[in-house]
Design a protein around this ligand. Structure first.
Ligand SMILES: Nc1nc2c(ncn2[C@@H]2O[C@H](COP(=O)(O)OP(=O)(O)OP(=O)(O)O)[C@@H](O)[C@H]2O)c(=O)[nH]1
Ligand SMILES: [Mg+2]
Length: 408
């Protein structure tokens, strides 16, 4: 299995007007025919996620989108989907066409608008002059773009393959420039023993470990640490088998208190969701927000958001455990709403608190775009692991990873 989880792949969004050649470009870059292409404007209606291994850059996902010039009621919804997909893009390819085509309907200005929008949210943009086999090879348009944006444009033809390799190489270079750091940043060093306390109860999937656990074990192995695994039931036996207390204990939010009680004073303690909160989100905003929970009114409106719609374990934490803990703390008058997947309200100002899952299915940029939305609306936002640690009174016992995550 060489498949990387989707949330771990660099997301490359492809944006442009209808018929600009977005799907054809994705096909040319991936060497596949997966995206539907036709001369009918509006062929792609919903964002399509196309995973591939980009040689030299590892696993990526291309996001093929609907044209940003869709109109009408349905078109408006499609542009909304494209906008939503743009919040996940970590690199953006924005398509311009030949000058004559662009000038006719304001598409060129629209493309500049999208470039500015993406750049404003910190996304590196590659301007592309598509269909370079037509007319002058795209050079006049490329010069214009260079003048206006100060960025070199890539002239590419999906039809002849011209420029595709140069674009692919530029993408690989850009991705390689990005920093990557371990999930465990600053928490443990090479050679240190880390005990993973992983409940395998009825809620755990049959015959396998859940994604955050697998990813943590892999990160520990990559960092030359020594991961050792047990369940809460065998934790005593695991500790007894070790000559020295482990440098770090990582456990599941659900059994945090019980594990905290058994944690030797020499060992640091954290949870899988705290690791992912730091890796995927804004850990200090999450921590500050968790501290505000005790001041919420007894009729507070609370949004609990999950990344996936199919993880039974997360569903149980989000729908049963956290609401019960919050009600115990703040009273039965709380108004709690659960949402899953891409279903996240645009207007968060109605809420007093947002609680997000560990988001192993989402990439960092997308989680941060949700944090930004909460911050802009002045609404505290935290995540499952941090909230549970706070409500169990053990947040100050939790070790937090430090340092930067992947940035492109
Ligand atoms: N000559 C030429 N035609 C191209 C090229 N790329 C795409 N086309 C044609 O342009 C038309 C639209 O291509 P698509 O890839 O479907 O464009 P799109 O941007 O995905 O379009 P929507 O999904 O409708 O928004 C098709 O007829 C393609 O064959 C190219 O590099 N050169
Ligand atoms: Mg398309």
């Amino acid at each position: 299995m060489t498949q990387a989880a989707r949330g771990e792949r660099v997301h490359i969004g492809v944006f442009g007007r209808r018929n600009a050649g977005k799907s054809s470009l994705v096909n040319a870059l991936t060497g596949q025919r997966a995206a539907l292409v036709s001369e009918v404007a509006g062929t792609t209606t919903d964002p399509v996620y196309q995973p591939m291994e980009l040689h030299g850059a590892g696993a990526v996902v291309f996001i093929d989108t609907a044209g940003f010039d869709e109109t009408g009621e349905l078109g408006g919804l499609r542009v909304g989907r494209t906008r939503e997909a743009s919040a996940r893009a970590e690199i953006a390819l924005v398509l311009f066409e030949d000058e004559d085509v662009n000038a006719s309907d304001g598409a060129e200005e629209n493309a500049y608008f999208w470039v500015r929008r993406l750049q404003a949210s910190g996304v590196p943009v590659f301007p592309i002059v598509s269909k370079s086999d037509l007319r002058d090879g795209g050079t006049a348009m490329a010069e214009k773009i260079k003048k206006r944006l100060g960025l070199p444009a890539f002239c590419v033809s999906a039809a002849t393959g011209e420029g595709v390799e140069a674009l692919r190489e530029a993408l690989v270079r850009r991705i390689a420039q990005g920093e990557e750091r371990s999930l465990l940043a600053g928490l443990v060093g090479p050679g240190e023993v880390v005990l993973l306390v992983m409940p395998q109860d009825a809620e755990a999937p049959k015959g396998r470990l859940i994604q955050p656990q697998v990813q943590t074990i892999r990160a520990l192995l990559d960092d030359s640490c020594v991961p050792i695994g047990c369940t809460p039931e065998t934790m005593d036996a695991a500790l007894a088998a070790l000559r020295n207390p482990p440098a770090l204990i990582i456990t599941d939010s659900q059994v945090f208190s019980a594990v905290a009680e058994k944690t030797p004073k020499e060992s640091k303690l954290t949870s899988f969701s705290v690791l992912f909160a730091a890796y995927k989100g804004d850990i200090s905003y999450f921590r500050d927000s968790a501290a505000k929970v005790r001041n919420l009114p007894s009729d507070a409106r609370i949004l609990i958001a999950e990344a996936c719609t199919h993880n039974a374990l997360d569903a149980d934490i989000g729908r049963v455990k956290i609401p019960a803990m919050l009600r115990k703390k703040l009273g039965d008058g709380l108004r709690i709403e659960n949402v899953g997947g891409a279903d996240f309200p645009a207007d968060l100002s109605w809420y007093d608190l947002v609680v997000h899952c560990g988001a192993c299915m989402f990439n960092r940029r997308y989680v941060l775009s949700r944090v930004e939305a909460a911050r802009a609306a002045g609404v505290p936002m935290t995540n499952y692991g941090i909230l549970i640690a706070k409500l169990s009174g053990i947040l100050d016992k939790v070790a937090f990873p430090i340092g930067r995550t992947r940035r492109l």
